[in-house]
Design a protein around this ligand. Structure first.
Ligand code: HEC
Length: 161
């Protein structure tokens, strides 16, 4: 470093550090998004497969305008907490419950039942211990929810990689 000037690399690092620690200033307000705990947990544990906006690539089921349908039946509600990526995540029961509530309302509010009740940590603790085979469970859910008139068609929940 010569004199008081920073190299481009040092300047970049400094900016990253400042953006990380300073309260949102007028200059950064439009660029720095405040992530809630649920958003951070989603980004760290789910987004790699399900995408940062809940729209997954072809190998994974998309979450947007979809997962709320499951919450229309007790078994479907359980299923959401039992898919391996959710049940086996390293997220605590309480944080997972909060994150699922956040996720359902953010990405699939239109599909949620009118009387949707938030998951609780205690509920998730019990549900996540049950091991399921998603492909088989989803097929059963589609059949039962279709028969009960809870989904408009099988295609809204069908998925294959
Ligand atoms: C390693 C990739 C991966 C990660 C990480 C992951 N998932 Fe998944 N997820 C999948 C796959 C694959 C399926 C479909 C499972 C199947 O049908 O066999 C799935 C299914 C689901 C479903 C059910 C969708 C449906 O229609 O059947 C939900 C809800 C879900 N994941 C949410 C999450 C959440 C929330 C997280 C983070 C805590 C997460 N997943 C982490 C790959 C992943």
């Amino acid at each position: 470093m010569s004199g008081n000037y920073l190299t481009a690399g040092q300047l970049g690092l400094l900016i990253l550090l400042l953006v990380g620690v300073t309260p949102v200033s007028a200059q950064t307000r439009t660029h720095v998004v405040h992530f809630s705990k649920s958003a951070t947990l989603y980004a760290l544990n789910c987004a790699a497969c399900h995408g940062h906006s809940g729209r997954s690539s072809a190998e994974f089921p998309t979450l947007v305008n979809r997962i709320g349908y499951y919450a229309r039946s007790a078994e479907g509600r359980a299923y959401i907490a039992q898919v391996p990526g959710v049940a086996m995540s390293a997220i605590s029961d309480a944080d997972l419950a909060a994150m699922l509530n956040w996720l359902l309302k953010l990405y699939s509010a239109k599909q949620l039942p009118a009387d949707f009740k938030d998951y609780t940590g205690a509920e998730v603790a019990v549900l996540r211990q049950v091991s399921i085979t998603p492909r088989i469970r989803r097929k059963e859910l589609i059949e039962s929810m279709l028969a009960a008139g809870l989904i408009p068609s099988a295609t809204v929940l069908e998925w294959s990689p």
